[in-house]
Design a protein around this ligand. Structure first.
Ligand code: F0G
Length: 317
């Protein structure tokens, strides 16, 4: 079950390099078929579910997993059903899940509660869970690590990633270990949803970066092992720092990534790093037009005359 996932661009980031004194690269995971890194794992998880004769694939999600699961389920011709926190997923992700014909359930609760419920659901029914607690998801997602090493010709010194349910950082570390390399993993959580940084679950996580609004990550131990074994770190960034990085990426690097992805860059800007650094931009900015429009400058209204157009388009503003 494939849509041609992986093989995403790794581009140099000159403005970020200048600001941080590191050699910074951006891994554009938004270039995957549904616009996030989830596709790397979903192709494997849904293929395995088909092999095993599952009647439906289900997941709990903050949005991207739902969009990806829905697409691959459509492709496979099986039912997709996703459960998401009501009102807390970005518009683009919701549109994707619906367009792919998945049943979208809006839970009056948060992601952590949705995941708990969906775990009970799969216990009771012949359906496949495609959240990142599914080992096939990790097997797919680890390929990001292979690619970065191939694209650079060697491993980076540091890999910066946003952390939510902690499947992704687990997968990157697995990939690097299989490649026999060990860059430092720098994970970043949003301040209002930073259980790994605090060392305790967060009951009511809150952040503008809705994709990582998670208070009790499923792969907690493995993520902490990845940070420790790689001599890396896990730290928190504020919503304001996330949004500053989000704008910086768009305006200075020409890269539109969603807020959760910008957390990787916010962390690099806040805490620094040394050497060659890859920031994983996990999801495309188009996923979340609402946050973009609330942040960006307003459009310029204009009458259809050349003088007005000239002033509007080229004037001092
Ligand atoms: N970045 C984006 C854009 C995400 O969608 C997610 C997770 C992460 C980072 C964090 O990855 O959970 O493996 O630590 N999104 C999940 C979802 C939870 O349901 O789409 P993680």
């Amino acid at each position: 079950m494939t849509l041609g996932e992986g093989g995403t661009p790794l581009v140099p980031a000159p403005a970020l390099s200048e600001r941080t004194g590191c050699e910074v690269w951006l891994k554009l995971e938004g270039a995957n078929p549904t616009g996030s890194f989830k596709d790397r794992g979903m192709t494997v998880a849904v293929s395995a579910a088909m092999r095993d004769g599952a009647e439906a694939v289900v997941c709990a999600s903050t949005g991207n997993t739902a969009a990806s699961a829905a697409a691959y389920a459509a492709r496979a011709g099986v039912r997709g059903a996703v459960i998401v926190p009501e009102g807390k997923i970005a518009t683009g992700k919701l549109a994707q899940a619906l367009m792919h014909g998945a049943r979208v359930v809006a839970l009056r609760g948060n992601f952590d509660q949705a995941l708990e419920l969906v775990l009970q659901l799969v216990d009771r029914n012949p359906i496949a869970l495609v959240n990142s607690i599914n080992p096939f998801r990790i097997e797919g997602q680890k390929t990001g690590a292979f690619e970065v090493c191939d694209q650079l010709g060697e491993a980076p010194d540091v890999l910066c990633v946003p952390v939510g349910n902690a499947g992704n950082v687990t997968a990157w570390w697995k990939g690097f270990r299989e490649y026999d390399v060990a860059p430092r993993l720098h994970g970043y959580q949003a301040e209002g949803a930073a259980p790994l940084v605090r060392g305790a679950p967060v009951e009511n996580p809150e952040t503008v970066a809705s994709a990582i609004r998670i208070g009790n990550p499923a792969r907690w131990e493995e993520a902490m092992d990845a940070f420790t074994s790689s001599r890396g770190e896990v730290r928190a960034v504020s919503d304001e720092e996330i949004l500053d990085a989000y704008s910086f990426l768009g305006e200075r690097e020409g890269v539109f990534a969603e807020p959760a992805s910008a957390a990787a860059v916010a962390g690099l800007l806040k805490y620094g790093a040394e050497g060659r650094v890859v920031c994983v931009l996990t999801g495309h900015g188009l996923k979340d037009p609402t946050t973009a429009l609330s942040r960006a400058a307003p459009v310029m209204p204009c009458e259809p005359s050349i003088e007005q157009v000239e002033r509007a388009m080229l004037g001092d503003g």
